[in-house]
Design a protein around this ligand. Structure first.
Ligand code: COA
Length: 160
């Protein structure tokens, strides 16, 4: 079985992303977390910072690699001779957006399959935006992100 790609903006990685990566690593022999660009988002962290944080955050996940990719995901699949994308599905509200992305990717590359995994229930309402908002207002984000991410967000907001 080939590698599966786990793409996201990861701005920044949360415990929910780690939960999905661990689940994916139990199914696929190799998982490649792809720090990608979502043109609709203006990330707080640069792509290189997101990659560094993802490497640190995912370091305990077996057989995972972290890469940066700025083109179309289907081209990344081609480059890695892969066909599976992993996405986390938290609530019903994620479905329409994910449905659209999965079909668009399949239209661009017929062999592309998107596999949806559900995180642990405690991460169902977690998002990177929520974490950033809490941190910006000086709230405690310890339960939502790994320590390396918490320290970087706090540092970032001290400077802004
Ligand atoms: N736990 C907690 N939060 C989670 C989560 C989980 N398990 N799974 C998703 N999320 C959150 C993220 O934190 C993020 O929150 P935010 O919107 O507050 O930042 C949100 O759900 C979804 O973000 P993410 O998983 O990072 O994906 P994205 O929607 O930002 O990424 C790309 C989309 C990068 C995959 C997409 O834009 C893409 O494919 N880009 C490449 C270009 C391309 O090929 N475009 C055509 C694709 S159709």
């Amino acid at each position: 079985m080939k590698a599966a790609l786990y793409p996201g903006t990861f701005d920044p990685v949360t415990n929910g992303h780690i939960d999905i990566a661990v689940r994916a690593s139990r199914i696929f022999p190799k998982v490649i977390a792809v720090v990608a660009e979502n043109p609709a988002k203006e990330p707080l962290f640069s792509a290189d910072e997101r990659v560094e944080l993802a490497k640190e955050s995912f370091k305990e996940v077996p057989q995972i690699e972290v890469i940066k990719y700025s083109g179309l995901l289907v081209n990344c699949l081609r480059e890695y001779n892969a066909s599976v994308l992993i996405r986390g599905l938290r609530a019903l509200s994620d479905f329409e957006y994910e449905f659209q992305m999965a079909f668009t990717n399949r239209n661009l590359l017929a062999s592309c399959e998107t596999v949806f995994l559900m995180p642990s229930a405690k991460y169902t309402y977690l998002s990177s935006t929520m974490v950033k908002q809490i941190a910006q207002l000086k709230g405690d984000i310890t339960a939502f992100v790994p320590d390396c991410v918490r320290l970087k967000i706090e540092e970032k907001y001290r400077k802004i």
